[in-house]
Design a protein around this ligand. Structure first.
Ligand SMILES: Nc1ncnc2c1ncn2[C@@H]1O[C@H](COP(=O)(O)OP(=O)(O)OP(=O)(O)O)[C@@H](O)[C@H]1O
Ligand SMILES: [Mg+2]
Length: 506
């Protein structure tokens, strides 16, 4: 028989385990499980975003707290969770272990590797939800983040810490712009640190993501890159969490004073995942059936893009969110939301794409509101002129369609515009270094290509490059040093061009 003393001792032991870890005593009962969203009653101490553990080992996080029940979104499909089972709070917030070990890896939003390589062991636990840095810790954008894409770097320059939206219909090269920008970070510019790139793939097919990863490896751009994937077949919860996991990893490097580039490909599918969860939660549906807080969802994500000042380590997070439109409609609900949250947009258009103008950037509807401050002197001196000539060309081109007779000046402007269009065409996976961007644009805006037929411009600039390397290598230095282009430098470029033109025409 057990004596009283043993019984009391046992009871005390049990009680002490409860009082030392008060959170574990909060156990609730599953009410129902609808498509990965579980309602649990009795979790009176649960908080928003807390991790909840179920009897069968499944885990999830709190998305809704009502008076009498909590709604938990599951990380797995939770098929074995049924009514009556228990669920307990853990006191933990959702975090992801971030460290340099993640570089060159593919993980899911919980940090679980998807590339078949070993588990990521160590790391600092970074919270998925965090309040963005305040104004006092920030400074204005002042360093460029070069995409290596001529039309963007010249007309819509992006600065470190900026949020620039890439928007357009299906299959117009949105991902291509983001991937080229990542590839361009493999060589750090003069005086610039290498940039850590994070590519967040949301709701995409597995093989699409695999192709991107392969390409990055092939281009030697994967060592500095982390890919976070929540695929089309993953639970909506993971798709919803993916961008937050990405930026949480970014903040690890930010804290170390590094520069980070993060791509969200794409936030349209992110919005769909959140709408799905919200509809199951029976939250009131608003415009286009999205819940009312969808704007807040994206703004608190993009607010975490930042350029920190010196006292805070000088790091930055540059964000390139992607949005897919239907038939070029940028005035739909999600597009207008994200346009208003970002510092500009690059708008891709189907008719340009089909006319062979790739990247298919609509120069009239695209804008970068802050990046100009970060543009180098050399780029400024050739690009300012180009933007003006492009807009003149667009106006005239519309007019000239009426077929009226044109005066020589108008004709010359049209011809110039066609050549600029031609210069801005750039194949995929070929980001350019600054000196070549400046040389290409300088050639056309200074009229050095005026007597080259429009159809031969692409060929011309391709063959011009080895010529310059061989005979005018000094030009690469003067056009790549970031300083304002001097008249004598232009003279040199003109000399090189006219020499090469003779050779080219033969
Ligand atoms: N600069 C370019 N030059 C030539 N082809 C390009 C260029 N950019 C993209 N493409 C081609 O256009 C197609 C669509 O590109 P991409 O997949 O990047 O578009 P997307 O807008 O991301 O599409 P989705 O909506 O399916 O995600 C691809 O076949 C790609 O190779
Ligand atoms: Mg894409």
């Amino acid at each position: 028989m057990i004596d009283n003393k043993t019984i009391i001792e046992n009871l005390e032991k049990r009680l002490s385990s409860f009082t030392s870890n008060p959170k574990t005593q909060n156990v609730g009962t599953v009410q129902k499980n609808t498509d990965g969203v579980v309602s649990v009653s009795g979790l009176s101490k649960a908080f928003m975003g807390e991790i909840i553990e179920f009897e069968d080992g499944s885990r999830g996080t709190v998305l809704n707290l009502d008076e009498d029940q909590a709604s938990i979104i599951l990380f797995n499909n939770g098929l074995t969770i049924v009514e009556g089972q228990t669920a307990k709070t853990t006191g933990e917030r959702l975090t992801i272990a971030a460290s340099e070990e993640l570089l060159g890896r593919v993980v899911n939003p919980l940090g679980i590797p998807l590339d078949g390589k070993p588990e990521i062991k160590k790391g600092k636990e970074m919270p998925l939800e965090r309040i963005a840095a305040g104004v006092v810790a920030r400074e204005p954008v002042n360093k460029p983040l070069k995409t290596g894409i001529k039309s963007i770097d010249a007309m819509f320059p992006i600065g470190r810490g900026q949020r620039e939206l890439i928007i357009g219909d299906r299959g117009l090269g949105k991902t291509a712009i983001a991937i080229d920008t990542i590839i361009n970070q493999r060589v750090a510019g003069k005086g610039l640190n290498p940039v850590i790139c994070i590519y967040v793939a949301i709701g995409q097919k597995q093989n699409t993501v695999a192709r991107v990863v392969d390409k990055l490896k092939q281009e030697n751009a994967f060592a500095n890159t982390i890919v976070v994937v929540a695929g089309a077949s993953d639970p909506a919860t993971l798709q919803y969490l993916a961008p937050y996991a990405g930026v949480a990893i970014g903040e690890y490097f930010l804290e170390k004073g590094q520069d980070v580039l993060i791509v969200y490909d794409d936030l349209t599918k992110h919005a769909w995942a959140y709408r799905q969860l919200s509809l199951v939660l029976r939250r009131p549906a608003g415009r286009e059936a999205y819940p009312g807080d969808i704007f807040y969802l994206h703004s608190r994500l993009l607010e975490r893009a930042v350029k920190l000042n010196k006292e805070n380590g000088n790091g930055s997070i540059t964000a390139l969110p992607i949005i897919e439109t239907q038939a070029g409609d940028i005035s739909a609900y999600i597009p207008t939301n994200v346009i208003s949250i970002t510092d500009g947009q690059i708008f891709l258009q189907a008719d340009l794409f089909n006319a062979g103008i790739r990247p298919a950037i609509n120069t009239g509807s695209s804008v970068s509101r802050v990046g100009g401050a970060a543009q180098t002197g050399s780029m400024k001196s050739v690009a300012g002129k180009m933007k003006l000539e492009m807009s003149q060309y667009r106006e005239l081109a519309a007019f000239s369609q009426f077929g009226s007779e044109l005066d020589p000046e108008t004709k010359a402007q049209l011809e110039r515009g066609q050549r600029i269009n031609e210069i801005l065409k750039q194949p995929q996976y070929h980001p350019l270094t600054e000196e070549w961007e400046v040389i290409d644009i300088g050639l056309v805006t200074n009229g050095f290509l005026d007597d080259i037929p429009v159809s031969e411009i692409t060929k011309y600039i391709e063959e011009f490059r080895p010529f310059v390397k061989k005979h005018y290598a000094k030009l690469l230095e003067t056009f790549g040093n970031g300083e304002k282009v001097k008249p004598e430098d232009l003279k040199q470029l003109e000399k090189a061009a006219s020499e090469f033109t003779k050779q080219f025409k033969k």
